[in-house]
Design a protein around this ligand. Structure first.
Ligand code: NIG
Ligand code: FE
Length: 415
C-alpha cells in the first residue's frame, strides 16, 4: 500500500450526483489530507496523519510518498471530445475568419475540414503518431489523463483506418487512457462520387465492419449540420451503427438546432456542441441520460456563443465540458482555460466545472471508474502548488499542474 500526502486540501468530488446543478458547499474538502492506494486504485482518503497509523494487513508495508511544499489535489481530468490526430495546420482559416469570411467561403477557398483531410491523408503513420503523442503529452501536462480522440480527417477506408490504427498504436506509448471514436461521418469527402446518404451507407458497409474486426473503436460519431449530414439520413446511420454494437455520440446543434433530439432518440452517450440548442430541446436533452457536452474551445475559436450550460444544469441535465481540440475551430487545446472562461460567461460554480471535466465527462465515455477520489476508483489525480482549490479556475489555466499521477504513479513533474 502507498500513502501520498500531505495535501493542504484534497477535493475528492465524492458523493456528488451525476446530473444537475451543484454548489461549492457540496464539495468534500479534506484538509491536510492523504490518499491511500493499492494497485493503482484508491483504498481511502482522509486526514494524512490518521492514515499513517493505518496498520496494513498481513505483511504488506506502508510506503510513504511525501509531497513537497504546499499542494492541493483533485481528480485528474477527462477530455471527452478531441480531434488531436491530424496533419498540417489551419492558421489561414483563422485569418480568413477574422477578415470576415464565412464558413462556406473559407471551405470554398481551400480551408475547412476538407483541408485537414488532405493534410492528414498525406501524413505518414509515423508523423501522425508523433504529433498525436506530442498533443497527448501536453494534455497530460494540464492534468488530463483520459482523452477521447476521433478519426474524421481520413474519410475513406484507407485513411480512416490509418488514423484509428495510429490512435491504437499511440495507446501503447502513453499511460493516459485513450478512447478512440470513429468519425468517418464528419463530412462527405469531395472525392466521393455519390450522395451524402450513399457515403453514410459506404461507412456502414465498408468502414465500420473493419473498425470492429480490428477493434479500433467502440464509438461512432457524426456531424449533423446543414453543411455535413442531414437529420433523417443521420438517424438511419446512427441506428445502423448502434445495431453493429457501437456506442453513439453526436456533433449536435453547432450552428442550427434539431440534432440533439436525434442524439437523445437514438440513445447517444453524449450530444456535443449545443451552441444553437433551443429552449425546449434543452429540456428534452436534460431529461435524458445523454450527456450534454459543452465545447467552449469551439465557441472561442469561431467567435460563436457558448453552449447554454447554466440552463442545462438548471434543467437537471448531465453537463460535461471538453476541449474539441482540432486544427480548425478549436486549436487552443487548453481545457482548463476554456472551462474557466465558460464558468465566467455561463455562471457556473467551481463544483459544476470540476464535475464537468472529471466524473461527468468520464461518464460520457462510459467510464465510471475515475473522476472521483473515493474507494475503488483509479488513483488518477492532479496536484497544484497552492493552498486553495479555488485558485485553479480563478487563474484561468495559468496556474500549472505541479504533478500528475496515473494509477498512483507520478507521470509528469513540473516545478
Ligand atoms: O467539432 N463541427 C465539426 N467538427 C469539428 C471541427 C473540425 C474542423 O474544423 O476540423 C468541431 O468543431
Ligand atoms: Fe468536434
Amino acid at each position: 500500500m502507498k500513502l501520498i500526502g500531505p495535501f493542504k486540501q484534497i477535493i475528492t468530488l465524492a458523493n456528488l450526483p451525476l446530473r444537475g446543478k451543484l454548489s461549492d458547499d457540496q464539495l468534500e474538502i479534506i484538509e491536510d489530507g492523504g490518499i491511500l492506494m493499492e494497485d493503482g486504485k484508491i483504498v481511502q482518503t482522509g486526514n494524512y496523519e490518521k492514515l499513517k497509523t493505518v496498520i496494513p494487513h498481513g505483511n504488506v508495508s506502508l510506503h510513504l510518498e511525501y509531497t513537497e511544499g504546499v499542494q492541493i489535489c483533485m481528480p485528474a481530468f477527462t477530455d471527452s471530445h478531441t480531434h488531436i490526430c491530424f496533419g498540417g495546420n489551419r492558421a489561414n482559416d483563422f485569418a480568413m475568419r477574422n477578415a470576415g469570411k464565412t464558413y462556406l467561403e473559407i471551405a470554398e477557398s481551400g480551408g475547412g475540414i476538407w483541408s485537414s483531410v488532405l493534410q492528414t491523408r498525406i501524413a505518414s503513420e509515423e508523423e501522425l503518431l508523433e504529433s498525436t503523442l506530442e498533443r497527448i503529452n501536453s494534455l497530460i501536462f494540464l492534468g488530463i489523463t483520459t482523452i477521447e480522440i476521433k478519426s474524421g480527417y481520413g474519410l475513406d477506408v484507407e485513411n480512416e483506418l490509418k488514423m484509428l490504427r495510429v490512435i491504437k498504436k499511440t495507446q501503447a506509448l502513453t499511460k493516459a487512457t485513450l478512447v478512440p471514436t470513429c468519425l468517418s461521418a464528419h463530412l462527405k469527402p469531395r472525392d466521393y462520387g455519390g450522395t451524402t446518404q450513399e457515403y453514410l451507407h459506404y461507412i456502414v458497409d465498408e468502414i465500420l465492419p473493419k473498425v470492429k474486426a480490428e477493434d479500433l473503436a467502440k464509438r461512432v460519431d457524426i456531424f449533423i449540420e446543414k453543411s455535413a449530414f442531414q437529420p433523417e439520413e443521420s438517424r438511419e446511420f446512427l441506428l445502423k451503427a448502434k445495431a453493429l454494437g457501437f456506442d453513439i455520440t453526436v456533433h449536435a446543434d453547432q450552428f442550427t438546432p434539431g440534432s440533439s433530439r436525434i442524439a437523445v432518440e437514438v440513445g447517444a452517450k453524449s450530444a456535443d456542441h449545443l451552441e444553437a440548442t433551443i429552449e425546449e430541446d434543452i429540456e428534452y436533452l436534460a431529461y435524458s441520460d445523454t450527456v450534454a457536452t459543452a465545447l467552449p474551445g469551439a465557441s472561442l475559436g469561431l467567435g460563436e456563443k457558448f453552449t447554454p450550460a447554466r440552463k442545462i444544469l438548471d434543467s437537471n441535465g448531465i453537463l460535461a465540458i471538453a476541449s474539441d481540440w482540432n486544427p480548425g475551430s478549436a486549436p487552443m487545446g487548453n481545457l482548463i482555460t476554456q472551462a474557466s472562461v465558460l464558468a465566467t460567461f455561463e455562471k457556473l460554480s467551481t463544483a459544476e466545472v470540476l464535475a464537468g471535466i472529471t466524473f461527468r465527462s468520464a461518464y460520457a465515455l462510459g467510464l465510471e471508474d475515475r473522476g472521483k477520489l473515493e474507494k475503488g476508483k483509479k488513483a488518477d489525480f492532479v496536484t497544484f502548488k497552492t493552498d486553495n482549490f479555488q485558485n485553479v479556475l480563478y487563474h484561468q489555466g495559468s496556474l500549472k499542474a505541479a504533478h500528475v499521477y496515473i494509477q498512483g504513479e507520478k507521470v509528469q513533474a513540473h516545478v
